[in-house]
Write a protein that binds this ligand. Structure first.
Ligand SMILES: Nc1ncnc2c1ncn2[C@@H]1O[C@H](COP(=O)(O)OP(=O)(O)O)[C@@H](O)[C@H]1O
Ligand SMILES: [Mg+2]
Length: 361
């Protein structure tokens, strides 16, 4: 069934812009004269690291940032139709910052708003500016058990902090927010299966989706829920070196934050850490760190394997589809090579066999 809130096949949503447009937007909406624009990775949005000539006092009064510049995001046309979500996300970032988490501060527009809508050749797009956080992206540094443990720990701490946000000033925009990337949307990926050529892989995805529907979606309303980050991956964590070892410094990219089962947050984090580490045992370190903060109920532990398999399928299918739409964007294939290997590996294990590996590290 078509849902206008989530991506449908064949629709191009990324903005069409030139660097000149970007400079003009930054100046007109934020009053910032960009000295340099450096294109960052972007899945469906354009992301630019913006550096300025010298700090602009009018900006500082609207949001104190360091000298590392800003990130300008030009949001895809589909998400641009859900402006209230960006307000909710900006308030969430401010809440987390107040709670002691390092995440990008939203910078207000000249009109003191969290975002502005601009008209481009590709239609109306939301633009927003965030603080750029200096450091190294997690995927570039060697993984250690300590860092993997820290990833699990921080994600569960963050979920607790988001629970406070959710309970104290819950934003209505999150009530019916839906995207293709949410685990609750896993059944929708079958519409994009044409992007996968290999018949065995297609069948594997279909089996995983079916089992996920039967075992997880059918009972998901009985599991503990709250606001989750929803995309805790190796590209969304910033680390820095301290006393000769890497520590997690900040978490970015709250674009997929939504209300869902806590189980999904843990499964997504374990999934990406196993992918980047090319080792299923990495999941055990994440689980240990996570469990130190929130005890994982047995009902959730037994569903971890299927949720991780479902996330892998989601990433592999949407990645393959996005690659057809935008062949020059290699970022959308980040999961591809290792993803199929990991999917086969965990699919050939039993729930208890895999859990045994994770809990015995
Ligand atoms: N605030 C920030 N500080 C530092 N780097 C950032 C920041 N925002 C984005 N980046 C860089 O840009 C990349 C893509 O941005 P992100 O917000 O994660 O977009 P996407 O939703 O497309 O993944 C990140 O993986 C990171 O390398
Ligand atoms: Mg990201």
């Amino acid at each position: 069934m078509e849902d206008s809130r989530i991506l449908n096949p064949g629709i191009s949503i990324k903005a069409s812009v030139t660097l000149e447009d970007v400079k003009k937007i930054i100046f007109e909406s934020y009053g910032i004269k960009a000295k340099q624009l450096h294109e960052l990775n972007g899945y469906d949005d354009w992301n630019y690291h913006v550096t300025t000539e010298k700090s602009d006092s009018s900006i500082e009064s609207r949001g104190e940032v360091g000298e590392n510049g800003y990130v300008l995001k030009i949001i895809n046309s589909l998400d641009s139709k859900k402006p209230r979500v960006f307000e909710a996300q900006s308030l969430l970032l401010l809440h987390l910052e107040n709670y002691g988490f390092r995440c990008p501060k939203p910078i207000l527009t000249k009109a003191e708003q969290f975002f502005e809508t601009v008209e481009l050749r590709s239609g109306e797009h939301i633009v927003r500016l965030l603080e750029y956080i200096d450091g190294t992206i997690f995927h570039k540094v060697p993984r250690t058990p300590r860092l993997l443990y820290q990833a699990g720990e921080i994600v569960s701490r963050m979920d607790i902090a988001m629970k406070v946000y959710f309970q104290s000033f819950h934003h209505p925009a999150y009530n019916n927010y839906k995207t293709l990337w949410m685990l609750d949307s896993v059944p929708q990926i079958t519409q994009f299966l044409f992007a996968i050529q290999d018949k065995t892989k297609k069948q594997l995805v279909q089996n995983v989706v079916q089992e996920f529907q039967d075992r997880v979606l059918s009972i998901s309303n009985t599991l503990e829920r709250g606001l989750i980050h929803g995309d805790f991956n190796e590209q969304n964590i910033i680390v820095e070196e301290q006393n000769g070892q890497y520590e997690i410094k900040a978490v970015i990219d709250f674009g997929d934050a939504h209300i869902a089962c806590y189980l999904y947050e843990l499964a997504i984090t374990m999934c990406y850490m196993m992918l980047i580490d090319k080792d299923v045992y990495a999941g055990g370190h994440v689980l240990a760190g996570y469990s130190a903060i929130r005890k994982v109920p047995d009902a959730e532990l037994s569903l971890l394997r299927i949720c991780i398999a479902a996330r892998l399928c989601q990433s592999l299918v949407i990645g393959a589809y996005s690659n057809l739409q935008d062949p020059e964007n290699s970022y959308v294939l980040t999961t591809a090579a290792q993803g199929w290997i990991l999917l086969d590996q965990i699919w050939n294990e039993t729930d208890s066999g895999l859990l045994h590996k994770w809990t015995n590290i």
